[in-house]
Ligand binder design. Structure first.
Ligand code: NAD
Length: 183
């Protein structure tokens, strides 16, 4: 967001989504959640709260102001899948008590809340299950695989491969977005 800070039509508010938010908006994109394992495992209880209480607060806000709302979910809702690639009809092979569960189960519960708000309140919610993304403006200390490999290669350090080096992943490249009127 740093490059947008001086723009006259951009306003940044610092807010923890585990607390209610009262603003007037047309659209909500709920991306709030530490996403890298190093970050989300640092305070796992806060990670679950961010996904679950955060989803409730953002859904309440969307309902109150009749805003469109999108939830950033994750491929991790499939857990450790035994079906590849995963179709949306696949419900996953999940573990509710592991080190990654604060992230995975929090996101699963957030999806439940979104679909229950749709069923109970007729809200036109959207949920996207994002697979690993990479692209311009990633943080060098992000901690996820593509930036780790690139940063290690640029620094001439050994490249970390987990497991036997046979893992496969789906990656999603996000090109630089050019905002209207912003250089
Ligand atoms: N990048 C990916 O590959 C990927 C894949 C699947 C899902 N997602 C999801 O997309 C969203 C954005 O991912 P990202 O890669 O930009 O992650 P990121 O860690 O770079 O950004 C997450 C942001 O959420 C904020 N945040 C954390 N807890 C918060 C709270 N309680 N209240 C308000 N803000 C809070 C953090 O400060 C950070 O700015 C996340 O919800 C993530 O789970 C991302």
């Amino acid at each position: 967001m740093a490059h947008l800070l001086g723009h006259p039509r951009f306003e940044l508010m610092r807010h923890d989504v585990t607390f209610p938010l009262y603003v007037e908006v047309d659209e909500i994109y709920n991306l709030a959640c530490p996403a890298s394992p190093v970050h989300y495992q640092a305070d796992p209880v806060q990670t679950t709260k961010t996904s679950v209480v955060g989803a409730i607060n953002m859904l309440r806000l969307a309902k109150r102001v009749k805003a469109k709302i999108l939830q950033a979910s994750t491929s991790e809702v499939y857990g450790d899948p035994d079906v590849h690639p995963q179709p949306e009809s696949y419900w996953g092979r999940v573990n509710p008590i592991g080190f990654r569960s604060c992230y995975d189960e929090g996101k699963r519960c957030a999806e439940t809340l979104f679909f229950d708000y749709r069923r109970q309140h007729g809200m036109p919610v959207k949920v996207v299950r994002i697979f690993n993304t990479y692209g311009p403006r990633m943080h060098p200390n992000d901690g996820r695989v593509v930036s780790n490999l690139i940063v290690q290669a640029l620094r001439g350090e050994p490249i970390t491969l987990y497991g036997e080096g046979t893992y496969t992943r789906s990656f999603c490249y996000l090109p630089r977005i050019q905002y209207v009127g912003v250089k």
